[in-house]
Design a protein around this ligand. Sequence first.
Ligand SMILES: Cc1cc2nc3c(=O)[nH]c(=O)nc-3n(C[C@H](O)[C@H](O)[C@H](O)COP(=O)(O)O)c2cc1C
Length: 333
Amino acid sequence: MGSGMDLSTTYMGIRLEHPVMPGAGPMADDLDLVKRLEDAGAPAIVMRSLFEEQLEEEQLAAHQAFDARSPTAEASSFLPVPHELALGPEEYLEQLARIVRTVDVPVFASLNGTAPGAWLEYGFLMQQAGAAGIELNVHQLSTDPDETAERLEHRIAYMTSALAQSVSIPVAVKLSPFFTSLPHFARRLDEAGAKGLVLFNRFYQPDIDVEALDVEPSLHLSHPSELLLRLRWLAILTGRFGGSLAASGGVHDAIGALKAVMCGARVTQVVSAVLRGGPTKITELRDGLARWLEDHEYESLAQAHGSMTLEKCPDPSAFERGNYIRIIGSWGR
Ligand SMILES: Cc1cc2nc3c(=O)[nH]c(=O)nc-3n(C[C@H](O)[C@H](O)[C@H](O)COP(=O)(O)O)c2cc1C
């Protein structure tokens, strides 16, 4: 590593050399890239998500011949079809097993869905293929006025519990930031068996083409300013959620990673910065973190961990309502 600084961390009971890991994304589709990430010091690998819709499609395909006029065929045009996604279910499990054989670091798999169902059984297959843990990405958006927040939260907690009970490896839930009482919901996920929370899903916001009267899906890489939302919730949830917290979104440099750790993150997941800068971005962030801690005479990363949480920071109101009133009042003074 070129530095004697102890950067080790424990994420969902798994010891990692340091907290800067690549997050879920396309990087792990390519075995060479995975090797380069490991060579660059990645302490763990996370695969992209396998989607509920892919698994439902696979099951549908196995059970019925597609009729072009059937309502199912029409509905399926709204779903990501397998060929649009890089890895189908079987390929996914094969790729997972291949990565596990190739690297020495833990490999996390990811399942993405919105409702309990047979697709969650893939968690067990991921475990069998050698996954060290699973991220359950519950990226969903309620458009139904009849669906209450309670029902939506219940569904996510139920999925978490179903997955956690079917595997012996740790399960992390990757959430969106849009919950009315996140601390309460985090506790519920804790009780449902989640060993980690990944904060947060990025919310891909479609744009509108006013000429074509069409909706344009847009995928932009993240901006460092997106980290602030994560810092606030990391700081609030540390000490209130029993498991490990991971930061995902807006970590682009070593100071960003340090901030997330100080707010209580056990790991920081990096995707946009790696897609832009390549695998050595991991090395750069890791070494930058070590250098900062050395320069500031810390003995280890553990000493910095959680030093700026709501419970520990010198001015807890900074994360709460009091600060909002102060900031608004200070404008233009
Ligand atoms: C091209 C691309 C593909 C992604 N695929 C997934 C995915 O399959 N599953 C998932 O949970 N997150 C996925 N993400 C989200 C990232 O894991 C991460 O949460 C998000 O990009 C924010 O982190 P960043 O600021 O470091 O990019 C993807 C992001 C990008 C840019």
